[in-house]
Structures are given as C-alpha cells and as structure tokens.
Ligand binder design. Sequence first.
Ligand code: FAD
Length: 505
Amino acid sequence: MGGSGGDRSHSPPRRATGWGRDGPPVTRYDAVVVGSGPNGLAAAVTLARAGLAVHVVEGADRPGGGCRTDERTLPGFRHDVCSAAHPLLALSPFFADPAFDGLRADLLHPGVPFAHPLDGGAAAVAHRSLDETADALGPDGAAYRRLLGPLVAHADDLAAGALAPLRNVPRHPATMARFGRDGLRSLGRLVGRFADEPARALLAGAGAHGARPHSAPMTAGVALLLTAAAHAVGWPVVAGGSAGITDALLAELGRLGGSIQTGRWVGRLDELPEAEVVLLDVAPAALPELVGPTLPDAYRRAVGRFRHGPGVCKVDWALSGPVPWTAAACRSAGTLHLGGTAAEVAAAEADVGAGRHPDRPYCIVVQPGVADRSRAGSAGEVLWAYCHVPAGSDRDMTAAVEAQIERFAPGFGDLVLARTTVTAAGMAAYDPNYVGGDIGGGAATLLQTVSRPVPTWNPYRVPVEGVYLCSSSTPPGAGVHGMCGVYAARTVLHDRFGGPPPFAR
Ligand SMILES: Cc1cc2nc3c(=O)[nH]c(=O)nc-3n(C[C@H](O)[C@H](O)[C@H](O)COP(=O)(O)OP(=O)(O)OC[C@H]3O[C@@H](n4cnc5c(N)ncnc54)[C@H](O)[C@@H]3O)c2cc1C
C-alpha cells in the first residue's frame, strides 16, 4: 500500500502519477479496491467522483461478483449466475444518480413483482398496486394496507434509512419509526397478525429471503422492505441479465478515469500497486491472511466471531417453454416463492437453521423471460432458483427444488432441456465472499445487521492504516444496492481526503 498517514482528515485530494485515461501508466493510486462486486465498484465510483485515482483488482477472470450472466446450460440461454431480481437496486440512492439512467431504463418489470403459489391452484400475489394486492387479500386487506401503505408512500425515505448504517437520527424519523416498530419483530409475529393464508404466505415468502429462523428478531423487517419495494418500485430484472449492472458500473468508473484488472487474486495487500488506501470487497474471514500480522489481535478475534448464514443450492434450467404454473398470476410473476403455507416455509427454514436439509425446501424462483425476451429468444426460457441449505453443504438439491416446482406447475419436468446445479460448497468456490455458500455476506442477526462485521461505530474501518472493508459484510448488508461500498468510500473520503463525516445526512 505504502500510503503515508499525514493529516488524516485534511489532506487534499491527490491524483496519481501519470493518471488520466490517455496518460502514461499509473504508478501510484489514491485508492485500490480489491474485488469488483457491486459494492467494490460502487466504492470505486464514489471515490473516482471525488477526483481520486482509483484502480480495481479482481481475482476472477471477469468483473462483477454477484452480478454476472452467462450461458451455463445451453448456447443461447443466458442465465444470471447470482443476483437476478433487483428491488434493492431500484430503491438504492446510489443507483438513482443520473449516471445510471441507462441502467434504470434497462430495468424490466414483470407484470407481477412476486407471487406465492399455494396448493389447490390459488396464489398470493404482490401486484405493483398496493390496493390491488390488498383487495385480493379479503379480510386481511385492510391490515395489509395499514401495514404497508405508509412505507410505500414514503419509499424514498424508507430506502434512505434502511439502506444505510443506521447511525443517525433518520432524515425521515416517522417512516423509520414505523418501519422499526413492525420490522424489529420476528417474521412469525408479523405473519401471526393475519388471519388467512394468502397474506400470511405472501409475507412469510418475502421475509424468508433473510435466511433466518422466522422466530428471530428483525426478520419482519426483510418482509416489510421487500414487500414495500414491490409496490413502490417493483422487482425488476435487467435487460440481458444482471451483468448489465456490472457493465453500467464499469462504464461510469471508466468515464471517471478509473481502471480495472481482472484475473488477479490478491493473497496479501503488499502485492497491490502502491496506494493511499485499500478498500476490500471481501469476506471478513479473508482479512487475517490479506492484511497479515499488522491486523490487531483483538480485531482478528472479533472477525473470527462473525457469523455466516446458511448456504444456498442454486439450479438454472434451459426450458423449451414457460413454466405451466397452475395459478394464472404466477405465469406473469418475475419472482416466485415456493414452499406452501407460511407454516411450511417457517418449518423448512427452521430445518436449515438446525443444520438439516428440508425435504420440501423454501425456494426462490426467478423467470426473467416474463419481462425480458432476450434471455433465450425463440429457443425457450431460462429459469433460476435456489433453496437454503446448511452452511457448507455439498448436497445437490435439484430433485427437491424440482419437486416443489412440479407441485405448483405440473408438467414442468417435460420442459427441461438442460440444467446446471451449484451446491453451497460450489458457491463458495465460485466467489470466496460466499463463505459456506452464504450469499448474504453474513447472518442477518440483530447485532450483525446494525454493525457488521464487528460491533463498532464505523465498521468500514479496518484498524490498520489505510485499510477499509466495503463488502456486503458491512452495513446495510446483502443485496445489489451498492450502499456498503458508498459508505466505505465516504469513510475513506472523510478520514483521508477532507470529506464530510461519512454518516452525515
Ligand atoms: C445465487 C445468488 C443469488 C442472489 N440473488 C440476488 C438477487 O436476486 N437480488 C439481489 O439484490 N441480490 C442477490 N444476491 C446477493 C448479491 O449478489 C450480493 O449481496 C452482492 O453481490 C454482494 O456484493 P459485494 O460487492 O459485496 O460482493 P460480491 O458480489 O460477492 O463481489 C466480491 C468480488 O470480490 C472478488 N474477490 C474476493 N476476494 C478477492 C481477492 N482476494 N482478490 C481479488 N478479488 C477478490 C470476488 O471474485 C468477487 O468478484 C444473490 C447472490 C447469489 C450468490
């Protein structure tokens, strides 16, 4: 790294030697970012916008981390390798910048953001319209409207508060107080407020994205945020696949003069080009080896206590046609939550929490073709799904996931042209940030949601001169929103380049 400490908060922005798109090769950067996931690239863009010379080093042979798309089953079938549905991107203050107008124009909205099929051909449906959704929930409609209405009406305020490290009195305290009042509870309690299965299943399916037991505190918050997003901004897919997010971030970084090198795994920070600061888009478990003996013992022990969540087993299919869901509304839904009743979903997730593989797992399924015809053209459809499994599992869950799809879409199996499965262990091998196959960057416990990876006021600072963490293992955590990178970059700008306090409103 070789950064001189200097006056931490008042050193002026500096350009690296020879920096500039057309200039000679750079010999010293202001900032090097290790890892090009959405958080690494959001950090890089934020720093480059402040005039810093930024370079990104990525281990994989292509950039993007959780935002990549490839032909993993058959030629011509383009699958999202990781992220596929993007409510958090649509909510994110970072992606609201005009620089991403093109990307936002590429967000394609399915007719129905998400649906939850039930046995017997019915389905609970989250429409874009809150009213349409509530009206279909019968006796639970009024309670649903009361719960979600204020959050949907102030979705920008909700996003500014929930996609942030929660270190300030929120700019919109009423919205956040309401979100906190209901969201701090367990998902089980939230679901218990509703009388009929459709409302219960709808919220249980959304909240189960958090991969936590439904009895755990704060699990209701995931359901509220994701359901409010469905009504306020939708659950879009990206035209051509989530690699488009990476392309947009790289285009912006390039426009600002930043650069990237792929195919270079970083084992130790002293292998990096010289820079004032280094931002790490990595899992906390990687820090001891990356940083080496200068990492203080207390911090080393603290990150050693960081808890990861369960893993996922993911399946991609090339299909000859659309999935024949029994419930008509499911045929136009971008995302489906499979697992049956709220109680069944909770039981499946409890199994995973206890280290067991559920026989009937809760599955998240995305069918991008309902909004984006470019994924397979006239050749058919791509289908994406995962289920939760115990951390580190190498069990292939394809049969169990397919049985859940067949349960709500008889005849599905006849459409399968090809499939590819990645176990939780395979997920960790694909991207070292997905420790044990945990795609959330760490368990979303109460403490680890407020402060991750260690309980400290500013968790982006690693207690080593010039080293910062910017991955989803920092607040606000999992998902493609870029805000972990943004807050890490703001911390850097404050600490070393005279920027304002990182959590200033
Ligand atoms: C199967 C799956 C499905 C998902 N679905 C969704 C979804 O639908 N919607 C959503 O919003 N989110 C989804 N997510 C979560 C989302 O993808 C992540 O939260 C997000 O990608 C985290 O971004 P990140 O930048 O923190 O890390 P990552 O995206 O994991 O990027 C980290 C990058 O750092 C690189 N790296 C790590 N260590 C090193 C090193 N030592 N040297 C060099 N490079 C290194 C990695 O190769 C990787 O490219 C999903 C994730 C997975 C895996």
